[in-house]
Ligand binder design. Sequence first.
Ligand code: NAD
Length: 265
Amino acid sequence: MPAPLAPALAGMFDLTGKRGLVLGIANEHSIAAGCARAFAACGATLAATYLNEKSKPYVTAVTDTLPCEILLPGDVREPGMLEAVFAEITRSWGRLDFLLHAIAFAPRDDLHGRVVDCSAAGFASAMDISCHSFLRAAKLAEPLMQSGGTLLAVTFYGSERVVAHYNLMGPVKAALESSVRYAAAELGAKGIRVHAISPGPIMTRAASGIERFDELLARTSATAPENQPVTIEDVGGLAAFLVSDAAKMITGTVIPVDGGQHLLA
Ligand code: NAD
């Protein structure tokens, strides 16, 4: 006798009718692009942002292939820009089901030096763009998630252990993960779930700013239990699951999608 629950269970992974905002597409190689494609493949309708006019064509190369109904500039350093994105979502959709924050930045000199040498201004800038902007986005998303929703951030294992050359981004990602846990506790009663996805190294524009990233990539693909590089499609699969109803009782986690690299001493 086939299980009568099977069709309902399959439907839990379906994102048809859900609307999500994707922050952090720089180009087709971005983790946010892999996630946006996965959300769309599961039936979601999207909104997205681009950093500036120069980056816009690389972003539209991704969003033009997707059911992306809203595309606006979204430099989180610019006062009012994030607010304008949420105002447009409120006007067009009146609600939001999920949000992906895949944004990170650290000034080059601070990123390439020792953590103990980093400047106050560099530290503040990295924290503001890579961490506090997630909390600002969460606050703006909250009133749009009256029927619940999911907020996702993207972190890295260098938050927990010292990874050579990850430097300043280590403490910044640690703060981001802690922010995820507090936001999950604060928003859980409203049915808003909050997670950090922690991918293994993937060659992207942001990653190319980390010194000797190619060595990190080669080393982790060779030593991780699954023995192969992580792709943006792998991250997209996890992201789509987390925003689906199938994950409705999971919140406040940091989930590695790294082929098991985090297991190793
Ligand atoms: P990416 O360069 O494709 O994306 C980084 C994004 O940050 C870009 O879209 C860029 O425009 C955006 N950004 C930077 N400053 C901004 C600002 N002021 N306002 C708005 N957006 C801004 O690189 P990625 O690797 O896809 O990075 C996405 C996320 O994944 C980041 O949080 C990164 O730390 C994280 N991550 C990356 C890896 C990796 O190996 N690539 C691993 C773990 C976590």
